[in-house]
Design a protein around this ligand. Structure first.
Ligand SMILES: Cc1cc2nc3c(=O)[nH]c(=O)nc-3n(C[C@H](O)[C@H](O)[C@H](O)COP(=O)(O)O)c2cc1C
Length: 355
């Protein structure tokens, strides 16, 4: 059904307009508790076999929504009702900013991919804090992904992240330092260990200082050289971070016809995302929580990432092509597959094929 609507209608409309319409509808759903609870009852994961625990937080399913969809934390309740086991909001910057000029979001339908150069359009940390404050009391796991305000120079990046962390860490189930989006000039340079160490240390101090000690993760790019993936993994261990999210979008255009600038996500990212996950797992074993994201389309991908050592798996682009029942379907299929394999608990398969 969604496929027909997508081909006949949605694919002819500007993707960013559709995004805003969708978020508007989901905001409405979030703000309508009776309907939302009905949807939640039908679509949210309830199978105990899907439950995972990571960095002290309970997740109803390992599959969650990646950052970038709900940039301003406007519809977390609705996304949870649609079946996502967690919702990562953001990227949020200390100061509100408009992002890049439109058009900045492009569908590559044949390749089941998207290119975006949104540029962290968001209403800023204070507005996000307000929105997150409203979600209190709703049972949903919320990750908060923070990034650098565009106009802030690299030399003041740590302070800028700290401003966001102070505002948002107390409201987050986990906090993510995003140093990997390709659409903020210079951002990915912060992945160099000598720049990343002081930045992560400063944010960690804030995260450690919240009443519940907010878990802290770092999100990395697929375009890092393998040695740099290792170096960030080692740094995460050194600083006692809780995990690594791999990966963000890629600037590579291998096997893709479009030459639009920005970050590429979806199917063409799948192989590299999995490769980075395997490398991380080989490096850190189970000492860090690994969150795998990039090119996940269905239960086969989720299964593969879990086996390779991811405790949590995320997706975004898949939802554009699969529609609103995507997360529900993945959870249903994951439950079935566990049963078929005689596995009573999804945690038993995490890292099973890792060396
Ligand atoms: C339109 C769009 C906007 C995104 N914005 C962000 C963002 O603000 N912060 C971030 O960390 N990742 C962002 N991402 C990256 C996703 O979180 C994810 O890492 C990436 O898309 C790979 O997953 P996918 O192939 O399932 O989409 C964005 C992705 C898309 C498609």
């Amino acid at each position: 059904m969604y496929r027909i609507v997508f081909t006949q209608v949605l694919s002819r409309i500007d993707p960013e307009d559709i995004h805003h319409l969708t978020v508007g509808a989901l905001r409405l759903l979030s703000a309508t508790p009776v309907v939302r609870r009905l949807v939640h009852r039908r679509l949210a994961p309830r199978d105990p076999a899907l439950r995972v625990r990571a960095f002290g937080v309970h997740f109803p399913s390992p599959f969650g929504l990646a950052a970038g969809f709900d940039k301003d934390a406007r519809c977390v309740e609705a996304m949870s009702a649609l079946g996502f086991g967690h919702v990562e909001v953001g990227t949020i910057t200390a100061h509100a900013q408009p992002g890049n000029a439109r058009p900045r979001l492009f569908r590559l339908v044949r390749e089941r991919a998207v290119i975006n150069r949104m540029g962290f359009n968001n209403a800023g940390a204070a507005a996000a804090a307000k929105a997150l404050g409203r979600t209190r009391g709703v049972p949903v796991v919320v990750g908060v992904n923070i990034g650098k305000t565009k106009v802030v120079p690299e030399s003041q990046a740590a302070d800028d992240y700290v401003t966001s962390a102070k505002e948002l860490a107390p409201l987050a189930d986990y906090l993510v330092v995003n140093v990997s989006s390709p659409n903020t000039p210079g951002l990915r340079d912060l992945q160099a260990v000598e720049l990343l160490r002081p930045l992560l240390r400063a944010v960690k101090e804030v995260a450690d200082g919240t009443p519940r000690r907010t878990p802290l993760l770092v999100k990395i790019a697929p375009d890092l050289a393998d040695e740099d993936v290792d170096a960030v993994a080692d740094l995460a261990l050194e600083l006692d971070l809780d995990g690594v999210i791999a990966t963000n979008t890629t600037i590579s255009r291998k096997d893709v016809s479009s030459t639009e600038t920005g970050g590429l996500s979806g199917r063409p990212l799948k192989a590299r995302s999995l490769e980075v996950l395997r490398r991380l797992r080989a490096r850190v074993g189970d000492r860090l929580v690994l969150v795998s994201v990039g090119g996940v389309e269905g239960v086969d991908d989720v299964w593969e990432r879990l086996l390779a050592g991811a405790t949590l798996v995320q997706g975004y682009t898949g939802m554009i092509y699969e529609g609103p029942l995507w997360a529900w379907r993945i959870n249903r299929d994951l439950s079935r597959r566990l049963r078929r394999h005689g596995v009573a608990d999804v945690r038993q398969i995490i890292g099973r094929t890792a060396g």
